[in-house]
Ligand binder design. Structure first.
Ligand SMILES: Cc1ncc(COP(=O)(O)O)c(C=O)c1O
Length: 398
């Protein structure tokens, strides 16, 4: 029996997305006891003080529903943190919403603002949740592909894709998986297009503190963009607690009402003890934390870059995030899925085929994404193993 409306199967809107590659690869890595440089979760724990803050909150009896929009002290801490880092000033009561991770914020933002048949511009390679959420909202993704290896976003590229139904641009800087940190010219181009065509910009900034070459700048702070931008971020990447799923969305009152209209029926509210710990993190772990985070990831970035190059791959040096895209053709491969299978099976390293981030899985077949949010020793071990991966001989179908 087929699946679809009326047959109790997955809705036709979601069926094309299948199971996320991150789940599949992590399961295969665990089964094979491989080093997992696929899914982007850090191996280390968050600071002990944050763990203690959540335990203390549980013991103090904070065990019932939080306010729908988030506990007041966390909304205040998010607003203060944005202001401290020179971003927009958001009112904690009317302009900040605490969500179930950045994913929850993205879902609420898209479901709360999009009409059926609206068009949403995405930039490939795109984080896999974006097209799925666009589909869940009954809208259509218009996927643009800035050319590798620069992945520059230009006004020209965007203008060509705009139609009367275009309603939103989803931006991700620092950008997973390219590692790009968008520069002022790109932010100005996107802003101009949003203002000219009256578009909403959803700005996913979960890697905002993980930068190596230039500071991240939020598009919400560009002239004329405050009223039309939804700034999204979360705790997971910054404080090594991806499992906590505490995120947030900052936007003006009208957009925040739309976000909350969806958020209240998606999850209603998120766990109080983890919101208490998030408050502690944002209040107590500021500039020094950010600097040490970037320094620590910078060392691992350089180690992986050098090792990938020595192994015969051609990596693109990331400006931010904890991912590196590498071209695999130097090892005789031109199919990213086949390369990832071969690498997993022969030397026990898991990575993500980059075509999964492109429309229909058809683009970027010659690149693979490696994560370096792992201990240095583990990255080194992966590189030792990778050096044993022999170039594929033409006709070899392993
Ligand atoms: C670009 C991007 N956005 C959002 C998320 C999800 O964030 P969260 O775990 O806070 O939902 C991720 C996680 O990998 C990501 O890479």
């Amino acid at each position: 029996m087929g699946s679809g409306p009326g047959t109790h199967g997955t809705t036709t809107r979601l069926a094309p997305f299948g199971t996320t590659i991150f789940t599949t690869i992590s399961q295969r890595a665990a089964a094979r006891n491989a080093i997992n440089l696929g899914q982007g979760f850090p191996d280390e724990d968050p600071p002990q003080a944050l763990i203690e803050a959540s335990i203390a909150s549980l013991q103090a009896g904070h065990n019932q529903y939080a306010p729908m929009s988030g506990i007041p002290e966390l909304r205040q801490a998010i607003a203060n943190d944005q202001a401290r880092r020179g971003r927009e000033r958001w009112h904690p009561d009317h302009e900040v919403t605490v969500t179930s991770g950045a994913t929850g914020a993205l879902a609420a933002a898209l479901l709360g603002t999009l009409e059926h048949d609206d068009e949403v511009i995405l930039f490939d390679p795109a984080y896999d949740a974006y097209p799925a959420l666009v589909a869940m909202a009954g809208a259509h993704a218009r996927r643009l592909a800035p050319p590798a290896p620069g992945f520059r976003i230009t006004r020209d590229l965007i203008e060509k894709a705009i139609t009367p139904r275009t309603r939103m641009i989803v931006l991700n800087s620092p950008w997973n998986p390219t590692g790009r940190v968008l520069d002022d010219q790109e932010l100005a181009d996107v802003s101009d297009c949003c203002i000219k065509h009256d578009l909403i910009c959803v700005s996913d900034e979960v890697y905002e503190r993980l930068v190596f070459t230039r500071p991240h700048r939020s598009i919400g702070s560009m002239p004329g963009m405050r009223d039309r931008t939804i700034v999204i971020s979360s705790m997971g990447k910054t404080y090594s607690c991806t499992g906590w799923k505490i995120g947030w969305a900052c936007a003006t009152g009208t957009l925040t009402s739309a976000i909350r209209a969806a958020h209240q029926f998606l999850v209603f509210s998120v766990p109080v003890p983890l919101q208490k710990a998030a408050t502690r993190a944002l209040n107590d772990y500021g500039t020094d934390w950010d600097l040490s985070l970037s320094a620590s990831y910078g060392t691992r970035r350089d180690l992986l870059l050098e090792g990938l190059t020595s192994a015969g791959l051609e990596p693109i040096a990331p400006e931010g995030t904890y991912f590196i895209l590498a071209d695999i053709t130097g090892l005789g491969d031109d199919d990213d899925h086949a390369f990832c299978d071969r690498m997993l099976e022969t030397v026990g390293i898991a990575a993500i085929p980059s075509s999964v981030f492109t429309e229909g899985g058809l683009g970027m077949k010659s690149m693979v994404r490696f994560a370096f949010c792992k201990p240095q020793a583990l990255i080194q071990e992966a590189l030792d193993r990778l050096s044993r991966l022999t170039p594929r001989i033409r006709g070899d179908v392993r």
